[in-house]
Design a protein around this ligand. Sequence first.
Ligand SMILES: C[S@@+](CC[C@H](N)C(=O)[O-])C[C@H]1O[C@@H](n2cnc3c(N)ncnc32)[C@H](O)[C@@H]1O
Length: 254
Amino acid sequence: MEHWPDSDALQSARISPDKPYFPGQPKSLEGIALRSFWLGIALALSAVATFSTLLFSSSPLWRLPFFWGALSTFHFLEFWTTAKYNTRQANIDSFLLTANWPLYAIAHASASIECLLTKLLWTSRSWAPLYIGHILLLLGLMLVFIGQLIRATSMMQLGTSFNHIVQHKKNDDHVLMTTGIYGVMRHPSYFGFFWWGIGTQLVLGNPICFLGYTIVLWKFFSGRIKVEEKFLAKMFDDYVEYKKRVPTRIPFIP
Ligand SMILES: C[S@@+](CC[C@H](N)C(=O)[O-])C[C@H]1O[C@@H](n2cnc3c(N)ncnc32)[C@H](O)[C@@H]1O
């Protein structure tokens, strides 16, 4: 598809000092260290806020710092797994905070606002029995943990073949992975991201963002998989057979 730019062009566009991807985007190793430091602080503060609301009040607002903690963990792990298992590719974009800016930030800000408003304003108005809320919360927590685990595991397993930017040409160290978690599902890192995102909205108890996240994530991964597989089939003769044999396990994406 034409709208996917060449990966070299994308890389150079992203590291050009004249073209910051978002305000304050760091360009140096010190900047990367600082970004990790702030994500760590955000994570620690989120953990403290979550556990103190859980321990000292019955307020459902613990969901908000839990969401920010899950978000910080996700982005920190994006960088950490790239730096450890695909060191040459690690740069500031590996945090995945620069992709789809500012839409990504708007999505998470909307989720935070929806949660804050509904939990503060509509605390007494419940549209469903309490146990439904508990089931959805539990399901959301499971999806966040399992989604994160699958995402990080697949990044580790793919190693140097993993790239945040879809590759158009085969690099020397790129091997087709068809075993392990890639033998169970064809795109585990997208599967993990998809369910992680939906899980965060279940934990927040956000009906509007749940719907929005589901539609946007599904459309995004469905389009991306089509493009990615077109290039994978060109790069690897075995890909067509692999595609027939292993499903994506993402709903309505065969
Ligand atoms: C962001 S990674 C996502 C990998 C995979 N789609 C997933 O969800 O786990 C994108 C890169 O992984 C590569 N890739 C995807 N599936 C692969 C496989 N089974 N073996 C090797 N490389 C793969 C693609 O060429 C692309 O450059």
